[in-house]
Design a protein around this ligand. Sequence first.
Ligand code: ASP
Length: 311
Amino acid sequence: MPSQVFIVGTGGTIAGSAASSTDHVGYRAGAVGIDQLVAAVPALQGVPLAFEQLAQLDSKDMDFGTWARLARRVQALLNDPAVQGVVITHGTDTLEETAYLLHRVLKPAKPVVFTAAMRPATALSADGPQNLLDAVSVARTPGVQGVLMVFGGAVHRADRVRKVHSYQVQAFASPDGGPVALVESGSLRQLAPWPAGDGLGAERLPLEGAAWPRVELLWNAAGVDGAQVPLLMELARREGRRLGLVVAGTGNGTLANPLEAALREAQEQGVAVLRSTRCAAGPVIGGELPSAGALSAPQARVELLLQLLMK
Ligand code: ASP
């Protein structure tokens, strides 16, 4: 029976350090090592654990090369018969993107559990230690599988979770369907089936950032004219990179006429286009330009990056 939980540290506020214990915003993310984060949770003593520092980033600076290294490392850990589950500590800012990426490239028969914090490790009432303990509890629960995100006592699917608040502690939700489980004093109450993952292949993600396509995010808003679309096409042409455009439309993915016309023209010339929504919840249904379903706009960008990479 595999019994070890492997924790991979990548940085974020959970590893943040501030000069004062009451400072929740003026801190440096990615400053405290994963060894110290584990040591700060007395309840983890005696739990069969291993950990490593894969990166030490503020997740606003997450990059393609780190994504590729993380995906490959997690795949290797999943292949290790001694590992029962993997926990990944990550900054909250781009967590929904990294989690969605792993959901698409892995097909884990074991739990891969992201966790994070809104308050730095040095805060008077830090949320990281409880979230880390809950994530390890989920990773140790028999039968759990798929890429998940544990935060504030809720377990979210990687393809549904969104950051919904800029600084409050309850900063994550799954607006389209709700959490998949709750962590109740270390025990799991499952509410919906575990996600399967798509298994596109971690090894297909290039380690070199420059080898990734250029996928840009555009917004529909009053008065937009789509003028940036041909400029981006020219930029990608000069760089010799494939281009994808994700547009966060208004409401059900609607677009102002000039922006829609520019995107249709781009699509005709071979640019991949995906339509998401500016709304905080709900899918994009119908319409002619391809829909990103219920993905958030940043997750739709990950989706288009993968579609172009896997072509
Ligand atoms: N800027 C931080 C990060 O995403 C925010 C956080 O972790 O809450 O790394």
